[in-house]
Design a protein around this ligand. Structure first.
Ligand SMILES: *Cc1c(COP(=O)(O)O)cnc(C)c1O
Length: 386
């Protein structure tokens, strides 16, 4: 059965394989036997390889062990987790925060805990798969609204039974498009219709806002979003995720979120690494400045060459290609030119919107950016995309 399904995927150019790396994550990696410019990671600030982040992980491992031993409600809550949560709450300016082993787990545990039978979830059509899975796991009714279409959302809010419990769910910064959710308008609609707003800021955390506190800071509406989720595995260079909000919310999550209760706590090392990363983000705004300067250079260069870029406003800059086969062959040509940027195909994105997802980090140098532009020009011309 599954063999046949796999053959079908291959025939439709949707088969996927792992690409082995022979080095850690950085602006340049060892891939296919040679140094390759990596324009694919979400380690936007280069913190996964930062000596201080690594040192914190090593020390936490030595002091508290390689693993947490059990779920936190079972064997106790270790100091690195306690410290991370208090640093996160300060960073996010919320009363409290709770960490999860991954963003996927945070979303599938939190959403069903927040809303169930009788409720209504309204989610952006381009929400991350983990949000969609969280919505499906909830016993509430689940509808999607057209991407960033607040008019559509408003019509769904207006059409529902009065006073029905409603949760609006969105990414802050969309992971495969690089655009932002209209958070001020979503928050206004939530207030007007007495709905709650859940924002997944996996890609905005550390990247958006004057202090890197995320997309809500970017829009100046941090205090208006009751349920803020973010991850530790992207700009924070570690792994895991958090929910930030009121103390009551966090206490409620500890009691009801199944993906928190029934899973082993993250290793002490990843909690300590994330704490160190948040301190660096607060201390070194120049990392964000370098990231944005690189983003501008690469984005304007690609635009000038004539690529069809999605309306990105972030370090995620997808080049829209359309069909999956062409996206794959373009990615292969890029690799020949020494650049790795992945072809993103259905089901990650909708049919006929396959793309090359280009991301840049603070650690790319001017010469890396120029090298990337040359590679894109050559590969784009030989693929007939420009
Ligand atoms: C990456 C991502 C997640 C999942 O986070 P992990 O920690 O990698 O499991 C959730 N939501 C969004 C929007 C993401 O981009």
């Amino acid at each position: 059965m599954f063999e046949k399904r796999l053959q079908e995927l291959t025939a439709r150019h949707l088969n996927r394989r792992l690409t082995p790396l022979h080095s850690g994550i950085g602006p340049v990696v060892e891939m296919a036997g040679r140094p390759t410019l990596l324009l694919a990671s979400n380690d936007y600030l280069g913190l996964a390889m930062h000596p201080e982040v690594i040192q914190s992980a090593v020390e936490a491992t030595q002091q508290f062990g390689a693993g947490a031993g059990a779920a936190r409600l079972v064997s106790g809550s270790l100091p690195p987790h306690q410290e991370l949560e208090s640093v996160l709450a300060q960073f996010k300016k919320t009363e409290s925060a709770l960490t999860f082993s991954s963003g996927y787990l945070a979303n599938i545990g939190t959403i069903p805990a927040l809303i169930g039978r009788g409720g209504l979830i309204l989610a952006d059509r381009l929400c991350h798969a983990s949000l969609i899975d969280g919505c499906r796991l909830s016993a509430a009714d689940f509808r999607v609204y057209r991407h960033n279409d607040t008019g559509h959302l408003q019509s769904l809010l207006a059409a529902r039974r009065e006073k029905r419990q409603t949760l609006i769910v969105t990414d802050g910064l969309f992971s495969m498009d690089g655009d932002l959710a209209p958070l001020p308008e979503l928050s206004r609609l939530a207030q007007e219709y007495e709905a709650d707003l859940y924002v997944d800021d996996a890609h905005g955390t550390g990247v958006m806002g004057p202090h890197g506190r995320g997309t809500a800071e970017h829009f100046g509406i941090e205090s208006q979003i009751p349920f803020q989720m973010g991850t530790l595995g992207k700009a924070l260079g570690s792994s895991g995720a958090y929910i930030a909000g009121s103390s009551t919310l966090i206490h409620y999550m500890i009691n009801t979120s199944r993906s928190f209760i029934f899973t082993t706590a993250p290793p002490p090392s990843s909690a300590a690494a994330a704490t160190a990363a948040i301190r660096i983000i607060q201390r070194e705004p120049e990392r964000r400045a370098r990231l944005w300067a690189n983003r501008e250079r690469l984005f304007s260069g690609l635009t000038r060459m004539g690529f069809n870029l999605s309306p990105s406003v972030s370090p995620i800059m997808p080049i829209l290609v359309g069909n999956a086969e062409l996206a794959l062959s373009f990615a292969e040509r890029l690799l020949i030119e020494g650049v790795y940027a992945p072809a993103i195909r259905p089901p990650t994105v909708q049919d006929a919107t396959s793309r090359i997802r280009v991301t840049v980090t603070s650690e790319h140098t001017l010469s890396h950016i120029n090298q990337a532009l040359t590679a894109f020009q050559r590969a784009g011309q030989s693929s007939g995309l420009i």
